[in-house]
Design a protein around this ligand. Structure first.
Ligand code: ATP
Ligand code: MG
Length: 439
């Protein structure tokens, strides 16, 4: 036998529940449920769907995310296009590509845009539970909107999604918010911060030493336990915010309070990309170990201009779909049943074209029917067919016996739920009317 090939490390297949999986990753049924739910929530808020390429010029991310960020420093899958020498990168996040696209198409010319997309992102990280090299995000962006009402809208959309999926805010997921102020406020804070860390240079680890001049704010994000006390007492950005920034933050908080959404102000929440200003937020959970951030976002008023567009404010968030589905899986929350309504059993001698014509009529009525697929020598014993019917999770088995078919009938057997075990003869002629009863 030829040698089997494996997927790239950290990149996973998303498989149906019926396929045995080595790693306990969420099955494709959960993914589909998430997709359906997201679509309906986005429509409720008037957001429009878009897709942008998975590969972008490397320069887009270097300019967009900032040179001294984890992503640009060490996580990007970059390569040279051997055909023409272009420097390209598999997108590590979605915002930069969306802004690039909107700038390219002068999309903001007619006013603000509210957009969403879903798709794979790529980061060269150490694979572990909730952290992969190919992962998927829901990404939501509002471009051209300056007000704190839209910051709140972002947060509330995520809450609406939690509620649809059965997650309880405050219990399964918690909201943390912060304000990063404006560039000049951050500069003043940065100076104070550099001064403070220089005074305590002996306690800084190598990473922090390096960041002291390039990106001291990221030191606050350090997970090194030996630096936590130092970080705890560092000057806080919130103390450097001016009136306008504070008013913006207060307006967001007032809206959250008005809709009864609890939150914690976390002064150390800085987020990984350089483009953020004013409001930033994260939805976190305690159930996924150190990969606890399910969703993160904030305002990025400078990015559109920085990437060559006419200056316009914007706000958005990214949600890690694998982490969210792992959380749903962990909590064992009820998920709508993806099983077929009925399983069609085809005994030896049944006229297949006639059977298939009947199944087509049922499917046209919206019934989900899985046909037992025959081999070259027929469909297999009744016993093995019923076993498969059972395993499919279908509520009904449709048995197309040749004798009944000849009389324009078939047998409907209830496999599970109310009336399990019962069976009755139905007329093919009124397939449409009894189709409704199968749903
Ligand atoms: P973390 O601090 O966990 O590395 P991040 O700040 O790098 O997250 P963002 O860039 O804000 O993450 O991306 C938004 C969301 O995408 C995260 O909150 C998380 O749910 C998800 N995410 C980020 N990186 C990964 C990854 N390597 N694998 C799976 N999900 C990820
Ligand atoms: Mg990261």
């Amino acid at each position: 036998m030829a040698e089997k090939l494996s997927a790239v490390k950290g990149m996973n297949d998303i498989l149906p529940a019926s396929v045995p999986r080595t790693e306990k990753l969420p099955d494709s049924g959960l993914w589909q449920w998430f997709d359906t739910t997201v679509r309906s929530v986005m429509a409720r808020y008037g957001y429009q769907y878009l897709l942008t390429p998975i590969v972008e010029p490397t320069a887009l991310f270097v300019r967009g995310l900032g040179e001294v960020t984890d992503i640009v420093e060490k996580e990007m899958y970059s390569f040279v296009d051997s055909m023409n020498g272009d420097r390209l990168t598999l997108r590590p996040e979605a915002t930069a590509g969306i802004v690039r696209a909107m700038n390219e198409h002068n999309a903001l010319y007619n006013g603000p845009l509210r957009l969403w997309t879903v798709g794979p992102m790529f980061r060269h990280e150490r694979p572990q539970k909730g952290r992969y090299r190919q992962f998927h995000q829901l990404d939501v962006e509002a471009l051209g909107c300056a007000g704190p009402d839209v910051d709140a809208e972002m947060i509330l959309m995520a809450r609406a999604l939690w509620r649809e999926l059965g997650l309880v805010e405050g219990e399964h997921v918690r909201l943390e918010i912060n304000s990063l102020g404006q560039p000049q406020e951050r500069r003043a804070h940065r100076e104070a911060l550099v001064g403070y860390f220089e005074q305590h240079a002996a306690v800084l680890d190598a990473d922090a030493q390096r960041r002291l001049q390039s990106n001291p704010l990221r030191i606050l994000d350090s997970k090194n336990p030996e630096m936590q006390a130092l970080i705890e007492d560092a000057p806080q950005l919130l103390d450097f915010l001016g009136e306008a920034s504070l008013a913006h933050f207060d307006a967001v908080k007032a809206t959250l309070a008005a809709v009864g959404l609890g939150y914690r102000v976390n002064p150390r929440l800085v987020r990984g990309m350089d483009y953020y200003n004013l409001t930033v937020f994260e939805w976190v959970t305690d159930q996924l170990g150190s990969q606890g951030t399910v969703c993160g976002g904030g305002r990025y008023d400078g990015l559109i201009e920085q990437l060559g567009g006419k200056p316009a404010p914007a706000v958005g968030f990214g949600l890690g779909i694998e982490r969210l589905l792992l959380l749903l899986q962990e909590l064992k929350l009820p998920v709508p049943d993806a099983a077929p309504d009925a399983y069609a059993i085809v005994p030896a001698g049944a006229p297949l074209p006639r059977v298939i014509a009947t199944l087509e009529a049922l499917r046209a009525q919206g019934v989900r029917v899985l046909q037992h697929a025959g081999g070259r020598d027929g469909a297999g014993s009744m016993k093995s067919q019923f076993k498969r019917a059972d395993a499919s999770g279908a509520r009904f088995a449709l048995v197309f016996g040749p004798d009944e078919l000849a009389q324009g009938q078939l047998t409907v057997k209830t496999l599970r739920g109310d009336g399990g075990g019962a069976q009755e003869l139905r007329s093919l002629a009124d397939a449409a009317s009894w189709a409704a009863s199968l749903r």
